[in-house]
Design a protein around this ligand. Structure first.
Ligand SMILES: Cc1cc2nc3c(=O)[nH]c(=O)nc-3n(C[C@H](O)[C@H](O)[C@H](O)COP(=O)(O)OP(=O)(O)OC[C@H]3O[C@@H](n4cnc5c(N)ncnc54)[C@H](O)[C@@H]3O)c2cc1C
Length: 322
C-alpha cells in the first residue's frame, strides 16, 4: 500500500528499546485511522528485540538483522532507511527527538527531499495528511506544520509527550528484509559500550520530582530541598533561570525547552508557572505547588496548593518526615 503506513524508527541502547519508541507506537495506534503502524528495527543477528515492541501492538515490524549494524554510523542507517522507503513508500516516518533520532532523520530527509518537522509535541492525521504540532515564535504559539506534496512526511517527537501503553494484541506481522545494500563505511570501530547516565532521562522517567524555581534559589535552600528529595526518593528538576546556577544545567530543566516529565508526584517550590514550564508537567498525576503569591499561575494546574514561603514549607516537611 503506497503512502498508507506510519513508520516508527525504533531506537535501542544496550538491548533495551527506548521509551520514546514505545510512546510513538501507542500514539500512532491512536491516530492511525485506516493506516498500519509499522516499526522499523535495525539489529544485529544475536539481538531479538521484537518482543519488546510487540507488547505495544504495532501492526508490523520490518526488521533488518545484520552484524554490520553493530558499528553502523547514522549515515549508513539513513541510507538503509532510504532504500526501505523506496521499496515500501510509507506515508510518514516518526523518530524520537533524541540525539540519534535527530541525526538520522535529518540525513534521511536530505536524501529523500521531503519535509522534516523537528521536536513535535503532538501529532494527528487529517485523512493522509500528518499534522505536526510544535511550539514556534520563541515557543509562544503552537503551530501546525504539514508537508502535503512530498512523502514520507517526517517528524521527530519529544520523549515523554505521549504515554506508552502495553496492549494484549499478539498479531504483529514480522517482515525480515535482507536484500539491502550496505555501503562500505568503516569509519567507526566500537571497542566497548558504556551506558551514559543522562540526568534528563532520570527526571523524565522519575516517579517523584521536586521542581525548584527562582523562589527557592540560594545554596542553603537548595541543600535542604536536596535532603527532602532524598527522603522522598525524588529527583530534583529546575525552571530555566536555575540552570545558570551550579550545580544545575540544562539537563535538569523541566519544560518546553527542557524535559517533559510524568511523575506520580510533583512538588513545585517557588515556581511561578510560566506556560513554558507548565507545558512540561501536564502528564504529572499529582501536583503540589508552593508559592507565596496567591495569583501565581502554577496554582491553576496544581492539585494541592500552599500559599506561603517555600523555604519554611521545606523545613516543616523535613521535620515531619525525619
Ligand atoms: C522560548 C522560551 C523557552 C522557555 N523554556 C522554558 C523551559 O523549558 N522551562 C522553564 O522553566 N522556563 C522556560 N522559559 C522561561 C519561562 O518563561 C519563565 O521565565 C521561567 O519558567 C520562570 O522561572 P521561575 O518560575 O523559577 O521564576 P520566576 O518567574 O521568577 O518565579 C518565581 C516565583 O517564585 C515565587 N516566590 C518568590 N519567593 C518565594 C518564596 N520565598 N516562597 C515561595 N514562592 C516564592 C514568586 O512569587 C514567583 O511566582 C522559557 C522562556 C522562553 C522565552
Amino acid at each position: 500500500m503506497i503512502h498508507k503506513n506510519i513508520w516508527i524508527v525504533a531506537e535501542h541502547h544496550q538491548d533495551i528499546i527506548q521509551p520514546v519508541t514505545k510512546q510513538l507506537i501507542t500514539k500512532a495506534n491512536q491516530i492511525k485511522e485506516n493506516k498500519k503502524v509499522i516499526v522499523v528495527l535495525f539489529q544485529t543477528k544475536e539481538q531479538t528485540l521484537e518482543q519488546q515492541l510487540i507488547n505495544y501492538g504495532p501492526d508490523e515490524i520490518i526488521t533488518v538483522c545484520d552484524d554490520r549494524l553493530k558499528e553502523a554510523p547514522d549515515s549508513l542507517i539513513a541510507d538503509l532507511l532510504s532504500q526501505l522507503n523506496h521499496k515500501y513508500q510509507p506515508n510518514s516516518m516518526l523518530f524520537g527527538a533524541t540525539v540519534i533520532g535527530r541525526s538520522i532523520s535529518a540525513r534521511l530527509q536530505a536524501k529523500l527531499l521531503t519535509g522534516l518537522t523537528a521536536d513535535c509535541l503532538d501529532l494527528k492525521f487529517e485523512d493522509d495528511l500528518l499534522i505536526q504540532i510544535k511550539p514556534s515564535y520563541g515557543d509562544n504559539i503552537m503551530c501546525e506544520i504539514v508537508c502535503p506534496n512530498n512523502f514520507p512526511q517526517m517528524a521527530t517527537v519529544r520523549p515523554n509527550v505521549f504515554i506508552a501503553t502495553e496492549t494484549q494484541s499478539n498479531d504483529t506481522k514480522i517482515t525480515i528484509v535482507d536484500d539491502l545494500n550496505f555501503k562500505e563505511s568503516k569509519r567507526i570501530t566500537v571497542y566497548e559500550e558504556i551506558p551514559l547516565l543522562s540526568k534528563s532521562d532520570s527526571i523524565a522517567n522519575a516517579d517523584r520530582v521536586i521542581a525548584l524555581g527562582r523562589g527557592i534559589s540560594g545554596e542553603e535552600h537548595i541543600l535542604k530541598a536536596n535532603l527532602l528529595a532524598t527522603k522522598l526518593g525524588a529527583k530534583i528538576g529546575v525552571t530555566r533561570p536555575l540552570t545558570d546556577l551550579p550545580p544545575f544545567s540544562v539537563d535538569d530543566q523541566i519544560g518546553q525547552s527542557g524535559s517533559s516529565i510524568a511523575p506520580k508526584l510533583l512538588i513545585t517550590l517557588g515556581v511561578h508557572g510560566a506556560v513554558q514550564f507548565t507545558s512540561g508537567i501536564t502528564k504529572s498525576h499529582y501536583i503540589v505547588a508552593i508559592n507565596n503569591n496567591p495569583k501565581a499561575p502554577i496554582f491553576d494546574v496544581a492539585d494541592y496548593s500552599y500559599i506561603g514561603d517555600a523555604k519554611t514549607f521545606v523545613e516543616a516537611l523535613l521535620k515531619l518526615i525525619q
